[in-house]
Design a protein around this ligand. Structure first.
Ligand SMILES: NC(=O)c1ccc[n+]([C@@H]2O[C@H](COP(=O)([O-])OP(=O)(O)OC[C@H]3O[C@@H](n4cnc5c(N)ncnc54)[C@H](OP(=O)(O)O)[C@@H]3O)[C@@H](O)[C@H]2O)c1
Length: 228
């Protein structure tokens, strides 16, 4: 049985990835921020296992993973959960920095470390949903971009560390994608939101599934996807 652990399956890109993998009969382990959210996810993808943890709380996350029976083998670990909080540096509070870095960078690091034994057994693939903002930044983007630049560094280090063992590591850099996060970003920017202008979340999900399914003789290190 092919098994995937996915964060952020409750919305946007992560939900589309979960849909595609569940619909073809793969087994899902989903990380949900609360028991109520976990129940919703199991109703949507029956048979899935749920680990309840708030990614904004690194210590709570470590405790939750420690108390959870991870599968013996993981074919993929997909980090899609993320927060897109924006602020100019002058206005960014310590709490905002802590929140963005915890969810977008520290949590993926801790969760990946915990899943490595299962990924190694399956010579699996780790996929980090990064962002175009993980490659270049601009005004108002410093907390989010910093977290995503950090996520790129994490992926690059991990790829080098795991190459000999066969675990593949891919960073996916989508441009603006029509999800609730993008809608909130438009509200911050004071711009009208037209989801048809942007990449559809299913398009990113299809690319992610292609990376998971890649033949074993190759690895895709980076995928950049931009609105056409
Ligand atoms: N949308 C874009 O334009 C865009 C562009 C480039 C990159 N990205 C990246 O793509 C990824 C997916 O984003 P999206 O656009 O699909 O956003 P989204 O629709 O807002 O979904 C974000 C997901 O992250 C989960 N999450 C957030 N904080 C969490 C926490 N503290 N604990 C557990 N789960 C938490 C949410 O959980 P709930 O379901 O419980 O709310 C939700 O499922 C993110 O990493 C984002 O940075 C997005």
């Amino acid at each position: 049985m092919t098994t995937h652990l996915i964060t952020g399956a409750g919305s946007g890109i992560g939900a589309e990835i979960a849909d595609r993998l569940w619909n073809r009969g793969d087994s899902l382990v989903l990380l949900a921020r609360s028991v109520a959210r976990g129940t919703e996810l199991v109703e949507r993808w029956p048979g899935s296992a749920v680990c309840v943890a708030d990614l904004a709380d690194p210590e709570g996350l470590s405790a939750a993973i420690g108390g959870f029976a991870l599968p013996e083998r993981l074919d993929s670990l997909v980090h899609s959960a993320g927060v897109g909080e924006m602020a100019p540096l002058a206005d960014a509070t310590a709490a905002l920095w802590q929140h963005v870095l915890s969810v977008n960078l520290i949590a993926p690091a801790l969760l990946t470390a915990a899943c490595l034994p299962a990924l190694r057994r399956a010579t699996g693939t780790v996929i980090f949903i990064n962002s175009g903002a993980g490659l270049s930044s601009g005004p108002g983007w410093s907390p989010y971009s910093s977290s995503k630049f950090g996520l790129k560094a994490l992926a690059d280090s991990l790829r080098a560390e795991e190459r000999a063992g066969g675990v593949r590591v891919t960073s996916v850099y989508p441009g603006r994608t029509a999800t609730p996060m993008q809608q909130a970003l438009h509200a911050y920017e004071g711009a009208p939101y037209d989801p048809t202008r942007w990449i559809q979340p299913g398009t990113v999900a299809a690319a992610v599934v292609d990376v998971i399914d890649l033949a074993p003789d190759a690895a895709v290190d980076d995928v950049t996807i931009r609105p056409r």
